[in-house]
Design a protein around this ligand. Structure first.
Ligand code: FDA
Length: 305
């Protein structure tokens, strides 16, 4: 049943008609729980609140199904406006983005050109940019573009998904560029040909990737709400004398807020991923897919904080 609901929400996330309707009618269905608002101003207010509590942030301007060059360029402009807003308001915040929203499905050249525009501004302002990882079909292109950008920019990183069989090799390969990686379980529906179907294998691989990344001397962003993985990381860094500034924990806005604050109190770096924008529907559906119980919680307005 849980798997069927998961598949249903992942299917709904890709539905273009619902996506269009959602944009038209604004934040609804309880999405406000996971999305900071529809405007940059909304998001900047949320970053301030998070920073005041000792939490860092990373902003994601939501955008799915970018279909033409103009839309991709507009998405890049949104990212640049977000960078300028964060710098102006002196917020402890960086940027996360998806290459499909920069035009990857239109052409790699367009995507790279948009990325260079963003990276130039980010470099000037001293702000880090994280390239989110999307589904398997986009993995090779995402890694290629990351590696190309990494040759010019120090302030760029990407994401590796523990559910993929190949990820340990990717972590090793990217260590040659001293890559700052966010490590996650993986949010998309992938075939057993490329991804572990069993959650226990994903969790074990996640731990392996954390170890590899830190053993290689690279910065790790451990992005999970899974307390077992978090406890593993705390224990492992302690045993291996890894300083707290060599890694951070990351969680999504609206999920496990108490745990985020507890980790800050314990002296860890914690960053909250804060999405905003009109295009909230696909993101919201993927969060429901991760935990279909959210549907009931969202409806009752009593999700675990
Ligand atoms: P898991 O799903 O096992 O959940 C562990 C516990 O966390 C649950 O029992 C529950 O208590 C809580 N929890 C998890 N998800 C919840 C939810 N939606 N609502 C309420 N509680 C929840 N993926 C990807 O493919 N590419 C990417 O670039 C990113 N980027 C990214 C950034 C950040 C900051 C985070 C935290 C996550 C991502 N992800 C991602 C998503 C990631 O791959 C994964 O789908 C989610 O983090 C859920 O997995 P957990 O590691 O939290 O564990």
């Amino acid at each position: 049943m849980e798997q069927a609901l998961k598949n249903f929400f992942l299917f709904m996330a890709k539905n273009k008609t619902f996506n269009r309707l959602a944009k038209k009618y604004g934040l609804a269905l309880g999405a406000r729980r996971f999305v900071a608002g529809e405007t940059l101003q909304d998001a900047l207010g949320v970053f301030r609140e998070l920073n005041d509590k000792g939490l860092m942030a990373t902003v994601d301007h939501l955008g799915e199904f970018v279909l033409n060059e103009q839309e991709a360029n507009e998405m890049a402009e949104h990212c640049i406006a977000a960078l300028e807003g964060m710098a102006r308001e002196k917020l402890d915040c960086n940027l996360s983005l998806k290459l499909t929203s920069m035009g990857l499905d239109i052409s790699k050249e367009l995507c790279l050109a948009n990325m260079r525009r963003i990276m130039d501004v980010a470099q000037k302002l001293g702000i880090f940019v994280r390239i989110d990882m999307e589904d398997y079909a986009h993995l090779e292109d995402t890694l290629d573009i990351f590696k190309t950008l990494r040759q010019t920019y120090d302030n760029v990183g990407t994401v590796i998904q523990a559910y993929l069989y190949r990820s340990a090799d990717d972590v090793e390969d990217l260590a040659r560029l001293n890559s700052n990686l966010r490590l996650v379980k993986g949010a998309y529906k992938e075939s057993p040909e490329v991804a572990y179907p069993d959650k226990r294998d994903v969790d074990e691989n996640f731990k392996k990737l954390i170890r590899l990344q830190l053993e290689n001397g690279c910065y790790a962003a451990v992005a999970t709400h899974d307390e077992e993985i978090i406890e593993f990381t705390k224990q492992w860094v302690k045993e291996n004398n890894i300083a707290n500034d060599r890694f951070e924990f990351q969680m999504l806005y609206g999920i496990r807020s108490e745990l985020q604050l507890r980790l800050v109190k314990e002296g860890y770096r914690v960053r909250v991923y804060v999405p905003y924008g009109h295009d909230w529907y696909g993101y919201f559906m993927r969060r429901l897919a991760e935990r279909p119980a959210n549907v009931a919680f969202v409806l009752k307005g009593m999700i675990k904080k």
